[in-house]
Design a protein. Structure first.
Lengths: 217, 500
């Protein structure tokens, strides 16, 4: 069942944040979207304690394995190839993360797939319900509440959104200086998640500075 | 099954999947050459240099500078393998010599690329105006065309459109072919029926005294600007030990042959003693006239316009990237390091556009000649700044490896960089002392000291600001030179391309 509460999965929320709630058009460059969602997929596994991050390396941990197929396949890869740096994982997962997460949202009933037309390259996904697609922004906003600490998942969502360049988009709907407070909330996350957000930010910046706007396929 | 899983099981290795996305020598070489804009130099810089400096040793200068830059590149590409944010001079300087000097280098680099960028409007404006007058019978001022180009570049900058891939490939190939064709035609019809090699001889470098070499070297370095960009792609290169060096050396060789050939053909075709006068009369026509006034000449003139435009856009992008990276490090106001919708660095791009507008306006209002005073003066001053940075970077390479050789041979980490540092520093000193000759003005003219002095001012401000950061904002200070790695630089040990 779809609802304003969403799927409860971080990457799903970030996908919806990164696309227009009615048309499904992306707010970011393809490479930034991919890297942000790659960070979100890893963050999901960190929140469920399935993996942990230490000094740039991703390692399997003994949390409860996720039931979701996309998350499970990421976890399987991490377990089978433990030698990679988090920056490489981000680049690797960024190649497929947008499609994987969109497929997951489609199966959950939040998106409809529009097949490729003569004028567009590749598939496109459009939100089924604009209110549901807009709801993740409300979850980021909850981070700004003064009463009580923000949930780790919402704080990580805000941090990753800012890291992949959605700050401008959030600023359209949130009070002024909200971005700084969202980033501040992310600084109170545990060290692993903080490091993941920093690496995501670096990967997005590198893509911006190295002239390669979209992913070379 | 998810695509991630499919990709994983098919390749069985994350590394292999990532390796497929990495860039080989042709891609890096192509990227470097596209920033060099060959026709802008061959038709714009070389004739104006003949005219303004009155010196004929330009062909020899291209050949000699190519060798000096190749020696420089040995240490430069070696250090690229060991640092992050390679490709930005200030990153080398910050790591090698120290962060305050790094900030000084950053401001000098930003100023240099700015001179190079705004200078191009001074060539595009008059060329477009004369083309429009000749073919469309539209008579307009140079600055109207310059403003037109400025407006398009501003919009493309804000939309983050870059001329890449096929369009640039076709333009670049056409430019090089046209230059080679004009060169061959010019050499086939030498003045007086006898082909002179005098301008290619090293003797020509010091024809009007030893200081001449400094002047010619700045012109030659200006032609090579862009070759230093290969390490920008170091982190995306297929093989950090091979791809970047090979692309850099091949680019240097290709540029040297094309430019030395074209400038030699101009002198040979018009006569060594007449080429300076001919350059004064014909301007860019000095190149276009080598093969007569037929289709080749027409095509060359049109390509010259697209080359100037592409170069102006490329340097615009280069400038905002520098400003953006410095904004991310909080060395410059962090607003410059923020992006708007679609990851577009609006502030950094707009700052560059405003600078361009201001310069065009000043030149238009003052009625200064765009081709010599805007294009050549600011262009060569940009080249002079790059020359100074090359010298400083060579010193930084020696300092960087002084504590830890990191497996590099003495030739790469000490001997070649020391040779480059001595030669480049000597050239900088000679050029600064003969700056009036470079600009073609009487000794003591304001421009002859004010333009090079602008770098001294930028360096002083940078140095002071670096020291302020050290005391007031230690966190910002620690991240100087890290560029995109500013956020993670302090989290983890070196995790970049450093081989273990």
């Amino acid at each position: 069942m779809t609802g304003l509460g969403g799927t409860g999965r971080l990457a799903d929320d970030l996908w919806l944040l990164a696309h227009n709630e009615r048309t499904g058009k992306p707010h970011l460059q393809p490479r930034a979207t991919g890297l942000g969602l790659a960070g979100a997929l890893l963050a999901e596994l960190m929140l469920s304690h399935s993996i942990r991050l230490s000094r740039g390396m991703v390692m399997a941990a003994d949390g409860i394995p996720p039931r979701d197929e996309v998350a499970r396949s990421v976890l399987r890869l991490v377990i089978s190839e433990p030698e990679h740096l988090v920056g490489d994982w981000l680049l690797f997962l960024a190649r497929t993360a947008p499609g994987d997460v969109a497929g997951r949202l489609e199966r959950a009933g939040y998106l409809t797939r529009i097949p490729r037309s003569r004028f567009s390259r590749g598939e496109r996904w459009v939100p089924v319900d604009a209110d549901c697609a807009f709801a993740p922004l409300v979850r980021v906003k909850s981070v700004l509440r003064k009463s009580g600490p923000a949930s780790a998942q919402d704080a990580a969502l805000g941090g990753l959104a800012a890291a992949c360049g959605l700050g401008h988009q959030l600023a359209l709907y949130l009070p002024s200086n909200a971005i700084r407070r969202v980033e501040e909330a992310a600084r109170h996350l545990d060290p692993g998640l903080r490091e993941l957000i920093a690496h995501t930010q670096t990967a997005v910046d590198r893509a911006l500075l190295s002239h390669r706007v979209s992913h070379p396929v | 099954m998810s695509r991630t899983q499919m990709a994983g099981s098919k390749t069985s290795s994350v590394s292999r999947a990532l390796a497929r996305d990495r860039l080989g020598v042709p891609a890096v070489l192509f990227f470097v050459l596209s920033g060099v804009a060959p026709l802008t130099v061959a038709a714009g810089v070389i004739p104006t240099a003949y005219q303004t400096t009155g010196l004929t040793g330009i062909p020899a200068a291209f050949a000699v500078i190519a060798v000096i830059l190749a020696i420089f590149a040995i240490g430069y590409v070696a250090m690229t393998r060991h640092i992050k944010n390679a490709g930005a001079f200030y990153a080398f300087v910050a790591r090698g010599i120290g962060r305050p000097v790094g900030v000084a280098a950053a401001l000098v680099a930003l100023l240099s690329y700015n001179f190079l960028q705004v200078g191009l409007y001074g060539a595009f404006g008059p060329t477009a105006a004369s083309e429009a007058a000749a073919h469309l019978h539209v008579h307009t001022q140079w600055w109207e065309w310059a403003l037109g180009a400025w407006a398009v570049i501003t919009v493309l900058g804000l939309l983050r459109v870059e001329i890449t891939g096929r369009v640039l490939g076709v333009l670049l190939t056409a430019e090089i072919l046209v230059i080679l064709a004009e060169t061959a035609a010019g050499l086939a019809h030498p003045a007086g029926g006898h082909l002179s090699f005098a301008t290619l001889s090293p003797v020509a470098l010091t024809s009007a005294g030893f200081g001449t070499f400094g002047v010619l070297a700045v012109v030659a370095v200006l032609g090579f600007v862009g070759f230093e960009q290969a390490p920008v792609l170091a982190e995306e290169a297929r093989d950090a030990w091979r791809t970047i060096p090979v692309a850099t050396y091949v680019a240097l060789g290709m540029i040297a042959v094309v430019y030395a050939g074209a400038s030699w053909a101009m002198a040979a075709h018009n006569g060594d003693s007449r080429v300076v006068d001919a350059a004064g009369q014909q301007g860019p026509g000095l190149l276009f006239g080598l093969g007569g006034s037929g289709t080749l000449s027409q095509a060359a003139q049109l390509l010259f316009l697209t080359s100037l435009f592409a170069a102006a856009l490329a340097f615009h992008n280069c400038c905002w990237r520098y400003a953006y990276a410095l904004g991310r490090e909080s060395v410059l106001p962090s607003r410059l390091g923020r992006t708007g919708g679609n990851n577009i660095p609006k502030a950094a791009s707009l700052v560059q556009s405003v600078t361009g507008l201001a310069v065009i306006a000043v030149y238009a209002l003052a009625g200064w000649d765009p081709l010599t005073r805007l294009f050549f003066w600011l262009g060569t001053t940009g080249g002079f700044g790059i020359l100074a940075l090359l010298a400083l970077t060579a010193i930084a390479v020696i300092a960087f490896f002084a504590h830890d050789p990191r497996g590099e041979t003495p030739w790469r980490r000490l001997i070649a960089p020391a040779l480059a540092a001595i030669l480049l520093t000597g050239i900088v000193v000679l050029a600064a002392a003969h700056y009036a000759t470079l600009l073609g003005v009487p000794a003591g003219a304001t421009a002859a000291w004010a333009l090079p002095a602008s770098y001294a001012a930028a360096a002083m401000i940078g140095l002071a600001w670096g020291l302020v950061l050290k005391i007031r904002r230690p966190q910002t200070y620690a991240a100087i030179g890290l560029g995109a790695h500013a956020v993670t630089g302090q989290l983890t040990p070196a995790t970049g391309t450093t081989p273990s």
